[in-house]
Design a protein around this ligand. Sequence first.
Ligand SMILES: C[S@@+](CC[C@H](N)C(=O)[O-])C[C@H]1O[C@@H](n2cnc3c(N)ncnc32)[C@H](O)[C@@H]1O
Length: 275
Amino acid sequence: MSVSYTYLRLMSIIKKAFAYLNYLVRAKSEHGVHSPFVFELFTNVILNNENYYSYGVIEDLRTGLLSDSSEINVTDLGAGSAVLKSNKRRISDIARHSLMPAKYGQLLFRLVNYFQPQTVLELGTSLGITTLYMALANKGANIVSIVSIEGCGEISARAIQNIEKLNAGNVNLVRGDFDVVLIDLLPKLKRLDFVLFDGNHRRDTTLSYFERCLGFAHADSIFVFDDIHWSDEMIEAWEIIKRHERVTLSIDLFFMGIVFFRKEQQEKEHFVLRF
Ligand SMILES: C[S@@+](CC[C@H](N)C(=O)[O-])C[C@H]1O[C@@H](n2cnc3c(N)ncnc32)[C@H](O)[C@@H]1O
């Protein structure tokens, strides 16, 4: 590893640490939220600390992946990892560096459980951990249907095994580049109730996926963006998304951003909430 690479990594870590401190200073607790919709969402869903049965099952699966030293060849169609550089990677390394932490996976579970979307689209399956959190969120009458896209064949094959292991029959994994898959997939899905954008964290690609999905969004759709402060490019993309004329409400949780298109929202609002 060269000195300049180490220096750049260090600067990036320091910058992120400052950005996080700034978030902590600005973020509101539930006492500072006056919108009834956001207050209800914040207190009952975002901050909900109930322990659902599925959490344990999915985290047991993650623990297995974290100790899986088998290697696969990774085809990276995205912005790549800040940490993993080789194309040959251990499953344990992917599990450690590429997956959303339990706290945010569990938030996705609660969001799906609360809003009961019928059609969920995920961009970036990886090993299937967030796919499973969303798939296992409402097993009642309203079974959610998840379509998840992954560009790397060997990662996708592992995700299929994981999804089968937990009997999530409501998941349809699609292998391919987001750009290519979305062309045929979006018209087939017709409407998107919930979308998780968690792959190819670059400004222009994120904005292009957002615009394409927007064509299939409705007033009750929810779009969730992971890693909105991951890089300068992602910060820019998030600013543009927040300001988009169709977005009426946005919530910044630092590692995740949530946007709504609700017509009930009289004035556009943006919240930074402490999570
Ligand atoms: C951050 S990981 C997803 C993590 C997963 N959502 C989780 O937390 O359980 C992003 C994934 O998106 C995939 N990806 C990135 N760019 C892509 C593209 N252009 N087309 C298809 N897949 C892509 C990568 O191969 C990687 O597995």
